[in-house]
Design a protein around this ligand. Sequence first.
Ligand code: NI
Length: 253
Amino acid sequence: MLFDTHAHMNDPIFDEDREQVLLGLKDKGVEFMMNVGCCRDSSRDCVAMAEKYPFVYASVGTHPDAADEVNEEVLEEYRQLVKAHPKVRAIGEIGLDYYYETVPREIQQQAFRMQMALAKELSVPVIVHERNAHDDGMRIVKEFKDVTGVFHCYSGSAEMARQLVDMGWYIGFTGVLTFKNARKAVETAERIPLERIVLETDCPFMAPEPFRGKRNDPGYLYRMAERLAEIRGISVEEVHAVTTENAKKLYRL
Ligand code: NI
């Protein structure tokens, strides 16, 4: 059975059939799911969903695209949500996105640091979104030696992944792994220890081949597992067992 370590099932695109998708996941081999917050409002939704479904966990945090909402009041709400709800297992997703850069870089960096500091204070892992910001991302995580977690939808080099692994981080792979042009992700998935790899859909985005471009949901996670088994030359069963164990360690379950 699989663990989807990064999903956004609160997205409005699931409003018509969310319950149906969630209740069908066991039949598609998905046993657990981390529903990831992107801003204050979606973080609240994630907590509510984790309260409702036993197999769903939640994270709270503000994505770099919304970094300008982060202030002491927002951090205090995240602090209280982590303290009050045992199924809130991480701060995220937080980080840097210089590809879209919808918020100025300095503000993204400040919001990232504030939320890393919160994770340190609460002793919880973080879920990092980092796109086109490898140098600044590495610099900031190195400022917080006690904080680790996962670099989700990993897009850096194999060398950078190795550095992160040595620092105690996990590396998350999405459906990108199944894309024909995914050379860098495949190379990284080949080279780092299997014990540091977790799988994710990042749904509703990033549907794997042969469903690319469609609405993604955790039921497609089996495709990432098949591809990882192929890349590593191991059985799908081993991928299921090891990556699920890794995810439980990542989120301290
Ligand atoms: Ni995400």
